[in-house]
Ligand binder design. Structure first.
Ligand code: SIN
Ligand code: FE2
Length: 216
């Protein structure tokens, strides 16, 4: 007897519910892998990774860049979204078609069919880099979800509760994995544990994370 749960062409063989409004799509980005990595190289050629400053003046250990109409920026005057890369004075690179398709498809798969991101933050981690627990709350409309795509070396994603002190679940993430959180999960605290040294055949010693949001 066969179980045609995942008919041919279904790009999401493993969908795991993490919490109400939060879904883990294992390997969901793999089908677009080549076009995503090609587009990523073009973005970082135009808008190279940089270590932004926190409002307190500390250099962030995660290197960042952006694509899309709005980019997430941190500096001494605070956190915000803006259309222009402060390093170049030019607009952030356009959101590649493959990125947009991936984000919309993942959100749809997770139950958010009207997601239309206007911002993609690209984070680069290396061994030892971590991201402290935080909420994503610089966006205007919390009815829109977050779509987070993991590429490169493995990491442990922390998925916490609505309060910083709530216990966070530890979720191993690997190349191609996508996590979507929205609705009742939209303001859950999240972060990334310090990365262990590793080498990925395509991304080298790095983990790259694409975070898609509707910011404006
Ligand atoms: C973020 O919260 O901005 C990124 C999370 C991640 O790198 O997985
Ligand atoms: Fe975040």
């Amino acid at each position: 007897m066969t179980f045609p749960l995942f008919p041919a062409g279904n790009a999401c063989p493993q969908k795991e519910r993490l919490a109400p409004g939060a879904v883990f799509l294992h390997g969901f980005a793999l089908r677009e892998e080549t076009s995503i990595l090609t587009a990523l190289r073009q973005i970082t050629a135009e808008a190279p990774f940089r270590h932004m400053l926190t409002p307190g003046g500390r250099r962030m250990s995660v290197a960042m860049t952006n694509c899309g109409p709005l980019g997430w920026i941190s500096d001494r005057s605070g956190y915000r979204y803006g259309p222009v890369d402060p390093e170049s004075g030019k607009r952030w690179p356009a959101m590649p078609e493959a990125f947009l398709r991936l984000a919309i498809d993942a959100a749809n798969e997770a139950g958010f069919p009207s997601f239309r991101p206007d911002a993609c933050l690209v984070n680069r981690y290396e061994a030892g880099t971590k991201l402290s627990l935080h909420q994503d709350r610089d966006e205007r409309d919390f009815s829109q979800p977050i779509v987070s795509v993991s590429l490169g070396i493995p990491a442990v994603f922390l998925f916490g509760g609505e309060k910083r002190a709530d216990k966070a679940e530890r979720i191993p993430v690997a190349h191609g994995d996508v996590i979507v959180w929205g609705g009742p999960a939209r303001l859950r605290f999240h972060g990334v544990l310090p990365l262990k040294a590793a080498v990925h055949p395509v991304c080298g010693p790095y983990r790259i994370n694409l975070t898609f949001r509707k910011a404006g």
